[in-house]
Structure formats: C-alpha cells, structure tokens
Design a binder for this molecule. Structure first.
Ligand SMILES: CC(C)(COP(=O)(O)OP(=O)(O)OC[C@H]1O[C@@H](n2cnc3c(N)ncnc32)[C@H](O)[C@@H]1O)[C@@H](O)C(=O)NCCC(=O)NCCS
Ligand SMILES: Nc1ncnc2c1ncn2[C@@H]1O[C@H](COP(=O)(O)OP(=O)(O)OP(=O)(O)O)[C@@H](O)[C@H]1O
Length: 204
C-alpha cells in the first residue's frame, strides 16, 4: 500500500481534493466520517459525551445534537480538549482498522487519509507523504459563510480551534493551493494523482 495523509484547515477544499483522488482510484478514509461513526447511538463515546457535557446533548432519537455540542466546544478550548479526549482515541483505532482492511483488499492500494487535525492530533507519521490543501483564513471564512451558511463569528471560532496555516505548511511534503476556482483545485488534484501514482509505482 501507499499511504498518504491529506490535511487542511476547515473549508480549505481538503475533502474536494480527497474525493477527486477517490474518483481516480484512491481509497479515501475520511476522519470526519469516522468521527461520526464513533458517536452513533449506543456507542461508548456518545455515553461519555452525555456524561461529560449533559444528557440533553442526546436527542430523543438517540443521536448526538451536533449543533449544540459544536456551540459548547468551539470557542471554549478547555471543553474542546475534553471532547477530543473522548473522540480521538476511538477515531484513531477505527483509522487503523480501515487502513488494514484497505490493504487486505488491495495490497497495491493508494490510501488517502483525509484528516483535518493531523497537526493537532500529533499522530505518528507513518505516511509516505503529507499533503496540505492551503488557502488563507479570510478566504476560508468566506467559504464557510457562503457555502455552509455559518455566521462569521462561528467560522472564526472554528478556525481559531485549529492550528495556524503556517503550522500546517511546516509539515507539508506537497502543498495544493486552493485559492483559485474550484476547477483550478480539481486540476491540481488530477496532477497530484499522477504524482502519487508515480511515487507508489517507484516504491513497489
Ligand atoms: C463538535 C462536532 C459534534 C460538531 O459537528 P459538526 O457537524 O458541526 O462539524 P463536523 O464534524 O462536520 O466538522 C466540520 C469541520 O470542523 C472542524 N473540526 C471538527 N472537530 C474539530 C476539533 N475537535 N478541533 C478543531 N476543528 C474541528 C474540522 O475542520 C471539520 O472538518 C464535531 O465536529 C465533533 O464531534 N468534533 C470532534 C471530533 C473531531 O475532532 N473530528 C475531526 C476529525 S477527527
Ligand atoms: N478553489 C476551491 N477549491 C476548493 N473548494 C472550493 C474552492 N472554491 C470554493 N470551494 C468550496 O469550498 C468548500 C470546501 O469544502 P471541502 O469540504 O472540500 O473543505 P474541507 O477542507 O474538506 O472542509 P472540512 O474541514 O469542513 O471538512 C466547498 O463548498 C467548495 O465547493
């Protein structure tokens, strides 16, 4: 297998790039998706969240009230630390399992771990390459307001909950600039795929 990490701040276009790579044939493992799976109704992590942040965070149908939990943690670093301590170990365990499954299914797979918090999570870096999708804070705030209907203050709080762009760029092997049009980003993702395939073949 050829395992790379793809990271970027919120609304950098990281998932846009990861999905494009998956269309070309990469196996995408999406940390945001795993973070949803580990808090599904009936999980230990969800019970832990209820114990820590209050039973009212579990909705009548048994699912997590994501909007309320987001309001409780973003802008409140000491609360975010508590949430991360509950969710991140479970996400890391599931990540290891999904990587092992992808490798078992195809030993030559190019696996893209789509992970917003690579720097914050201080994961060991078993990755062949760390790819950072990059755009300035102000542009990402605009995207959160325009495409996700967030208020400016919510967008700023999310960005403030993550490391700076400079800290992400410091760990990058490859940088994908996403300040152009969406089509520009997709073109860069296509070129990235050719690079990754060549690197994977050279390693094999
Ligand atoms: C607080 C929660 C319920 C809010 O849910 P919501 O649906 O509003 O956001 P969603 O999960 O889709 O995340 C959107 C983006 O927010 C940012 N973000 C999410 N969690 C975090 C975090 N702990 N620290 C910093 N940024 C974060 C990421 O850029 C992510 O891509 C949720 O984000 C959560 O459970 N976070 C903790 C788990 C986590 O760290 N997930 C990130 C990948 S492991
Ligand atoms: N040049 C661009 N490159 C990438 N995305 C763009 C660009 N211009 C606008 N966008 C929009 O910005 C948003 C980026 O979303 P995307 O889910 O790819 O980001 P993300 O970095 O994965 O965010 P998150 O951390 O929330 O998962 C999308 O709505 C996308 O259409």
């Amino acid at each position: 297998m050829y395992l790379v990490a793809l990271t970027g701040g919120i609304a950098s276009g990281k998932s846009t790039v990861a999905k494009r790579l998956a269309e070309h044939g990469a196996v995408r493992i999406d940390a945001d998706q795993l973070a949803r799976e580990v808090v599904e109704p009936g999980t230990d992590a969800l019970q832990n969240i209820a114990n820590t942040f209050g039973e009212q965070l579990v909705l009548p149908d048994g699912s997590l009230d994501r909007a309320s939990l987001g309001a409780a943690v973003f802008g409140h670093p000491e609360q975010l630390v508590k949430l991360n301590a509950i969710v991140h170990p479970a996400v890391q365990q599931l990540t290891r399992e999904r990587i092992a499954e992808a490798e078992a299914a195809d030993p030559d797979a190019i696996i893209v771990y789509d992970v917003p918090l690579l720097v914050e999570g201080k994961l060991p870096h078993p990755f062949e390459q760390v790819i950072v999708v990059s755009a300035p804070d102000e542009l990402r705030i605009d995207r959160l307001i325009t495409h996700r209907g967030m208020s400016r203050s919510d967008a700023e709080r999310r960005i403030a909950s993550q490391v700076s762009e400079a800290e992400r760029l410091a760990i990058a092997d490859i940088v994908i600039d996403s300040t152009g049009t969406l089509a520009d980003t997709l073109t860069r993702a296509d070129a990235l795929w050719l690079t990754l395939r060549a690197q994977a073949e050279a390693k094999a």
